[in-house]
Write a protein that binds this ligand. Structure first.
Ligand code: SRM
Ligand code: SF4
Length: 585
């Protein structure tokens, strides 16, 4: 334990109290699971997050029944970890089946390469967890105050040993930072016949005494997120993570990793002490030290993170409070040696891997854009059925990207046409048939399931893109790549604060617009306009694009242009343009 007084204030938050009393995340979950009530009590709701599930209710149904809590239709969101986004066709098929049989008939590919299901009722939670386990995946630590799903570039480029080595390092780290508690196995995976033997092997009742060598009894003060990236390909948005590793490589060999710490997007607008932050460059480690440096940083956060106020408990605030140099010194102490200075290598490229690519082993992979990650069948648009057919008939390898999309891997040359035909037969466009604007857009889940949403996101972004597409084409910018990311609240689950255009829910039907981040993900954007009604977003963005078109330098990206001109300059220009445009209507 540290000799300094930790940053934490003396009175721990309610979540800390629940974790401390939980005996390694057990609490009363098992008893409440069997009590016949539709939901869990408050402490269990908090603990359940560490098991990968959130108690929710359909907020539209809630309104319809006049806010009576007892009548809310309770169901559960379940998040499954998919380290590095890597799956087999059978695993994705099983996840789709689970959504149909136990969930709301859809699945959601997330911005961190994992899978979410919604609408699972309490009585079927245990069956759900068992099916995830049988599918060789886990929901343990998909949410909660622990290391979450670790991200990594998912592209299967075999001619480049660096990617394979980085992906293998991620697998090692995911195992190293996984919680050791047996609670998950006891609660969810006990054999239905014996009630004792767990499906994971071993006997539930023998496993009560244990230790969490990395996390301790109270785990971390807050969620903790890690990503790996290549300098030439930051498709995981490494600077938005608590912990980041940028691979430093030369001539097909990994020399080591630049370590970044303290990134995070979430903000509480009513609390001025909160802010989005890009991770800071901390130092360089050789490949064999990745696990040790990650463990040291996690432990410093464990011991010095704020356990009284969850609003400022992420690693970015720990670093802010300690100061970067003190933080680095503390990490070095836990690491047991000094950190080498960062290698000059830094992010300089970004690839969403959409489209048809050679893998380098004679095979191909196809990046398929899934709009906002939602896999569903609605009317003539039958993506879910199309995916089932692709997975069953072609049996590709599968990767989930950090852009809520899919890569089908290990394909033969003729599979391109087969995939296109299956998609077309089900009313789904290929990646080549969607606009560049749609391809680079992303929305979080928001309403109706997310309890924190103050505005729509996933359900309205497609319509906003529909209205923007002709304007973008008129301006001659149809092939210009820029990120447009929308969220239903400032928690920023679609990472809007480092995008070229960020649209963040302010209140129902109204949004804040941010400008000046960029595809590379290494710059925060700036506040442009506030409380913009949804109906005006299309015009407002068109005005910004008109300004860009009129005054950009050759090859300058939208984000770089807005950053150079400044949001005030863009606003003045765009407002005049809007006044003119309105005058003509
Ligand atoms: Fe998130 C909370 C969905 C990625 C920042 N996020 C939530 C919850 C669980 C709402 C809640 O607490 O009740 C949302 C579930 C809604 C629902 O009905 O499904 C939710 N977050 C998501 C997903 C599914 C969005 C998506 O469209 O894909 C992403 C799941 C990722 C995963 O597979 O693990 C998701 N969330 C992110 C990201 C992006 C990232 O990690 O790269 C961020 C910004 C980065 C960061 O962490 O700072 C993010 N989510 C938050 C926050 C704000 C955290 C903060 O430090 O302030 C919350 C609220 C909280 O933790 O208190 C939150
Ligand atoms: Fe919910 Fe807000 Fe995250 Fe969107 S950004 S999923 S509204 S918490």
């Amino acid at each position: 334990m540290p000799d300094e007084t930790p940053v934490s204030a003396p009175k721990p938050s309610a979540v800390e109290v629940a974790k401390t009393a939980s005996n390694y995340l057990r609490g009363d979950i098992a008893q409440e699971l069997a009590d016949g009530a539709p939901g869990f009590g408050k402490p269990s709701i908090q603990l359940l997050k560490n098991h990968g599930t959130y108690q929710q209710d359909d907020r539209e149904t809630r309104k319809a029944i006049d806010g009576k809590k007892s009548e809310r239709q309770i169901s559960f969101m379940i998040r499954t970890c998919v380290p590095g986004g890597k799956l087999s066709a059978d695993q994705l098929l099983a996840a789709i089946d689970m959504g149909d049989e136990l969930g709301n008939g859809t699945i959601r590919l997330t911005t961190r390469q994992s899978i979410q299901h919604h609408g699972v009722v309490k009585g079927e939670l245990k069956e759900f967890m068992q099916r995830v386990h049988t599918n060789r995946l886990t929901t343990l630590a998909a949410c909660g105050d622990v290391e979450r799903n670790i991200m990594c570039c998912p592209a299967p480029i075999h001619g480049n040993p660096v990617r394979a080595e980085m992906q293998a390092k991620l697998d090692e780290l995911a195992v190293h930072l996984a919680p050791r508690t047996r609670a998950y196995y006891e609660i969810w995976l006990t054999d239905p016949d014996t009630g004792e033997k767990t499906l994971a092997g071993g006997n539930a009742k023998d496993a009560v005494i244990e230790d969490e060598p990395i996390y301790g009894r109270t785990y971390l003060p807050r969620k903790f997120k890690t990503a790996f990236a290549l300098p030439e390909d930051n498709c995981t948005d490494v600077y938005a993570n608590d912990l980041g590793f940028i691979v430093v490589h030369e001539q097909g060999k990994i020399l080591g990793y630049n370590v970044l710490a303290g990134g995070g997007m979430g903000v509480t607008p009513s609390a001025a002490k909160t802010f989005p932050a890009l991770a800071k460059r901390l130092g360089f480690v050789p490949p064999e030290d990745v696990l040790a440096i990650a463990e040291a940083i996690v432990k410093v956060q464990r011991d010095f993170g704020n356990r009284a106020d969850r609003k400022v408990a992420r690693l970015k605030y720990t670093i802010h409070t300690m100061g970067l140099e003190n933080f680095r010194a503390k990490v070095e102490e836990y690491f047991g040696k000094p950190l080498a200075p960062c290698h000059p290598a830094d992010i300089h490229g970004f690839d969403d891997h959409i489209g048809w690519h050679e893998q380098g082993d004679g095979k191909f992979f196809y990046g398929f854009n899934v709009e906002n990650g939602r896999v569903h069948d609605t009317g003539d648009f039958r993506l879910k059925t199309a995916l089932r057919r692709i997975l069953r008939e072609i049996k590709p390898g599968v990767r989930i990207t950090a852009h809520q999309s899919l890569l089908f891997t290990d394909l033969g040359i003729t599979d391109r046409e087969r995939i296109a035909k299956i998609l077309h037969d089900h009313g789904v466009k290929t990646s080549e048939e969607i606009s560049t604007l749609r391809r680079w857009s992303m929305a979080c889940v928001a309403l109706p399931t997310c309890s924190l949403a103050v505005a729509e996101s996933e359900r309205v972004l497609p319509g906003l893109i529909d209205s923007l597409e002709p304007e973008v084409a008129k301006l001659g910018l149809a092939h210009e790549a820029f990120t447009l990311r929308m969220t239903g609240c400032p928690n920023a689950c679609a990472r809007p604060y480092n995008s070229d255009i960020g649209i963040v829910g302010r209140t129902l039907g109204k949004y804040t617009i941010f400008l000046g981040g960029r595809l590379l993900g290494d710059r925060l954007n700036e506040h442009y306009k506030d409380v913009v009604p949804f109906e005006e977003l299309s015009q407002e963005i068109t005005a910004v694009l008109a300004c860009y078109k009129a005054e950009r330098k050759p090859a300058e990206t939208l984000g770089d242009f807005c950053h150079r001109k400044g949001v005030d300059g863009v606003r003045t220009w765009a407002d005049e343009w809007l006044a003119g445009a309105r005058g003509h209507t």
